[in-house]
Design a protein around this ligand. Structure first.
Ligand SMILES: [Zn+2]
Length: 107
């Protein structure tokens, strides 16, 4: 079992690494990517989820942070339901996100 205390420490490290990645993504994208990968590994070890505010900000597959230039292609599609696709230009991973409409009718 992973203790609560350990999880807290792990979470703090993840936050610090993500902030680090954000800061360095522009000038040193490779170092930023390493930081994200490390954060992912820490999360895995501590059986934590990366906080939601960070989860959309990197490629789940290769760790490339979204702040690096020219790393992601973002498109909005609106067949049937509107969703955003984010494609990682580093590894080709495609992430899809549904865009929820504020529509209360059932159809
Ligand atoms: Zn990727």
């Amino acid at each position: 079992m992973v203790s609560r205390e350990l999880r807290k420490i792990a979470l703090e490290r993840i936050e610090r690494l993500m902030d680090f990645a954000k800061k360095h993504a522009l000038e040193r994208p490779e170092i930023a990517r390493q930081a994200v990968l490390l954060a992912m590994r820490i999360a895995q070890k501590a059986r934590l989820r990366i906080p939601r505010r960070y989860r959309l900000m990197y490629c789940r597959k290769c760790g490339t942070p979204i702040w690096s230039p020219n790393t992601f292609t973002i498109r909005i599609r609106s067949r049937r339901s509107t969703h955003i696709t984010i494609r990682c230009n580093n590894c080709g991973y495609i992430k899809r996100m549904l865009v929820k409409k504020k529509d209360r009718s059932r159809k």
